[in-house]
Design a protein around this ligand. Structure first.
Ligand code: UDX
Ligand code: UDX
Length: 450
């Protein structure tokens, strides 16, 4: 059993705190947000994450997990302190490190014994050194400490499962002994452990997220070409995915990536490259393609429903992906704004994200279920691939709609079946099967076989 303090109880911090306490350690989860801490003490979680509530309550009852706003209390017995505060986007794509700085300063002011400070937040390469410098300059008495980078690879919606079954643990430090201590903490997770230097560990996080975002933009580019040439991107992705060098994951074409990580991390990596005088051409293309995806949805809606003025459009899903209530950088918000700019009224249904979305866009009418959503609308856009949308009574939905236009932004339905039900259906990149463009006329094209 180790004594751990986790600073920040957002997605990353709370999952980390719950996970380590569940492994038998004593964890103090610290947050400067008093209301969050009070709620957590009452068993109310600040976020929706499958399975998390149960693990939190089990470990609170067992006395292994507690919550505080005080650094003195949080660090009293701690041997390890994880920094998991947010690192939002500042201007130009530069990460805003204000909260990391505050956490480092507070650690220096409160620590009473040697401490390993572990950074979980996604931070620009070089931040670990900077955190060490802040702590060193603010310490009231000379106490030994080390900084280790341990980037998180959790996906929202499956964060707890990802914590307990990681693909790997990456640790970076200039102090090998400290990295080994943190490795010990992770041993029960039975995943490969990569130990490297601080900057390389920080870079691994950005490179991983940028690569995954590149895969998504790549398949979206292929989807675009499929639409024009009459091929089906879903089958293309399956056919490609069997090659182990490619892999099937993260080849879902659609309305592009959102969330609290990919958009900001790709931007931040490009920014870091530019500041150093490098030209991040590929990253720029990845971001451009992603923005185009949202515009493409509007084009599909317009081409099916006609002029959007006076029309009413329904969004099926608001969260940036399924199994989360998170709407940070959610494509739904861009799409809703663009539809409204063109004079359309927008309504929406999401199983858990409506409350969060209503705070940002009160002008969206929230519906109690997909059937109220469909009633009298001119087009329905599937924005989030929630499982519960896959088994709707689509025949009822089709009948309720004023015009049966269905834009399936996540390719969750089968084009032939949708046509059979009487929808005017558009999938993404499903040129031939989706009937988006129909098979292009090859006749008249130059015969290249000769
Ligand atoms: C995380 C990572 O920190 C970020 O780097 C990564 O790229 C995305 O995921 P997340 O857990 O989603 O961020 O952040 P958020 O949900 O905003 O939670 C941060 C928490 O830290 C909040 O509860 C906030 O109150 C708390 N906080 C912030 C502190 O306790 N101290 C501070 O000084 C600032
Ligand atoms: C991501 C990383 O996966 C995780 O390792 C990192 O720690 C944090 O960022 P997350 O943002 O929670 O996790 O979600 P993820 O499942 O990766 O999806 C990100 C976005 O990409 C979503 O908007 C999703 O809909 C989209 N996506 C994903 C696609 O459009 N196509 C795909 O094939 C996969």
């Amino acid at each position: 059993m180790k004594e751990i303090c986790v600073i920040g109880v957002g997605y990353v911090g709370l999952v980390t705190a719950a996970g380590f306490s569940d492994l038998g350690n004593r964890v103090m989860a610290l947050d400067i947000n008093q209301e969050r801490v009070e709620n957590l003490r009452k068993g109310i979680l600040p976020i929706y994450e499958p399975g998390l509530e149960e693990v939190v309550s089990r470990n609170v009852k067992a006395g292994r997990l507690s919550f505080t706003t005080s650094y003195a209390e949080g660090l009293k017995n701690a041997e390890f302190a994880f920094i998991a505060v947010g690192t939002p986007e500042g201007g130009d794509g530069e990460a805003d490190l204000r909260y990391v700085r505050e956490a480092a300063e507070s650690i220096a002011g409160a620590m009473q014994q040697p401490l390993v400070v572990i950074n979980k937040s996604t931070v620009p390469v070089g931040t670990g050194d900077w955190v060490a410098e802040i702590i060193r300059s603010r310490l009231s008495k000379p106490l030994p400490f080390s900084v280790v980078s341990c980037p998180e690879f959790l996906r929202e919606g499956s964060a707890l499962a990802d914590f307990l079954n990681p693909s790997r643990t990456v640790l970076g430090s200039m102090d090998r002994e400290a990295a080994d201590k943190v490795a010990q903490l992770h041993l029960p997770l039975r995943a490969p452990i990569v130990i490297t230097d601080l900057r390389t560990a920080e870079m691994i996080k950005y490179a991983s997220n940028a690569f995954l975002a590149t895969k998504i933009s790549f398949i979206n580019e292929i989807a675009n070409i499929c639409e024009a040439l009459g091929a089906d991107v879903k089958e293309v992705a399956s056919g490609m995915g069997y090659d182990p060098r490619i892999g099937r994951q993260f080849l879902e074409a659609g309305i592009g990536y959102g969330g609290s990580c990919f958009p900001k991390d790709v931007k931040a990596l490009a920014y870091m490259a530019s500041v150093q005088g490098r030209n991040p051409q590929l990253l720029q293309a990845v971001m451009d393609i992603n923005e185009d995806r949202r515009r493409m949805v509007i084009e599909h809606v317009e081409s099916l429903a006609g002029k959007l003025e006076q029309s009413e459009i329904g969004l099926l899903g608001l969260a940036f992906k399924s199994n989360t209530d998170d709407i940070r950088e959610a494509p739904a918000l861009w799409i809703a704004a663009m539809l409204r700019e063109r004079g359309a009224k927008v309504r929406a249904y999401d199983p858990v994200a409506m409350e969060n979305a209503a705070r940002i866009m009160p002008e969206i009418r929230m519906c109690k279920d997909p059937y109220e959503l469909a009633d009298g609308i001119d087009a329905l856009v599937v924005v989030t691939d929630w499982n519960e949308f896959k088994q709707l009574d689509l025949s009822r939905i089709q009948k309720l709609m004023r015009k049966p236009n269905l834009i399936d932004g996540r390719n969750i339905y089968e084009p032939a079946e949708m046509k059979r039900l009487g929808f005017h259906y558009r999938g993404i990149g499903r040129g031939y099967n989706g009937g988006n463009a129909g098979a292009p006329a090859l006749a008249g094209k130059k015969d290249r076989t000769r």
